[in-house]
Design a protein around this ligand. Structure first.
Ligand SMILES: [Zn+2]
Ligand SMILES: [Zn+2]
Length: 298
């Protein structure tokens, strides 16, 4: 059971771009972006990539009856699991979806309508039972009854994206994906946003060498993750949004490299749960998600 004062993050999908189930991604996982942040009893979902299907099934098995979903943005790899999030179809399950990256003339609900247009999907969002859509203002602080606060900050990404910071009883977790470094004003604001965080999940799609060919594509590198963590006093940078072609062996090798430069640095892995403020790297617990059926099978 979660301790009342704990703040943790669990990964249900760690890939960028597209899901890659298969023998080369068994250990780190092949699902796209989905995380669960829990502050005491208050749990939130961040992004609905293909990993959200398994999370939804786990929530139903645990008897949960509500969920708050925050979107970093609505590129396909962050919403493709949404039509397969079974809790949204139930009358006895309340879901609140929130996003803050969209231009003012587009509502989050419009994105759902597009994603589930009859030519793309057999049923339309009207079949979702107890669901609410909320467009939030970037930078506004959301306060929850148990003391959790959630704030957001603009990231540098094509079509817009926002980062989220969760603060709870002196602990903090920040999620920065999808983001490209190099915009001075955004980078400075981001450094303040992540300052002192216990855990910073960061878009590490590329290496510095690969990035030279992908300037302007909206993503960053593991080297930039470590640099930002050092500058901003982040305790544990966690590389995320792995390139779909990065195999388990590649990620193992990368983990060994980053650990020589930043003792607490970690690589996000499906099923991994990290607790903010834990004293040693080994304190991070890993468990297998309840359902391991490769996504992409439907
Ligand atoms: Zn993405
Ligand atoms: Zn994106």
């Amino acid at each position: 059971m979660t301790e009342p004062a704990s703040l943790s993050i669990r990964f249900w999908g760690v890939r960028g771009s597209y899901a890659v189930p298969g023998p080369a991604t068994v250990r780190y996982g092949g699902n796209t972006s989905c995380m669960e942040v829990c502050a005491g009893e208050e749990c939130m979902i961040v992004d609905c990539g293909s990993g959200v299907h398994n999370l939804g099934e786990a929530m139903l098995e645990e008897g949960k009856r509500s969920a708050t979903v925050l979107f970093t943005h609505t590129h396909l790899d962050h919403i493709c699991g949404l039509p397969f999030f079974r809790p949204a179809y139930r009358e006895d399950f309340r879901v609140r979806f929130m996003a803050g990256h969209l231009p003012t003339d587009i509502r989050l609900q419009d994105i759902f309508e597009r994603l589930m247009d009859p030519v793309l999907f057999p049923v339309q969002p009207a079949v979702f039972k107890d669901c609410a859509f909320q467009d939030i203002a970037v930078g506004e602080t959301m306060r929850f009854g148990n003391g959790l606060t959630v704030t957001s900050e603009c990231l540098n990404h094509t079509g817009g994206a926002i980062g989220y910071r969760f603060d709870f009883k002196g602990r903090s977790i920040v999620i920065v994906t999808d983001h490209e470094h190099g915009n001075k004003a955004i980078d400075e604001a981001l450094e303040r946003f992540v300052a002192g965080a216990d855990i910073m999940v960061y878009d590490a799609t590329y290496t510095d060498e690969e990035y030279r060919n992908y300037v302007g594509w909206g993503h960053s590198t593991w080297q930039e993750a470590l640099k930002l963590a050092e500058k901003a006093g982040v305790r544990q940078p966690v590389l995320f949004h792995h390139h779909p072609e990065r195999s388990d062996d590649d990620l193992d090798a990368l983990r060994a490299t980053i650990r020589t430069r930043f003792a607490m640095a970690e690589i996000a892995r499906e099923g991994m749960r990290l607790e903010a403020g834990k004293p040693t790297p080994e304190a991070a617990t890993t468990s297998t998600p309840r359902r391991e059926a490769p996504v992409g099978s439907r």
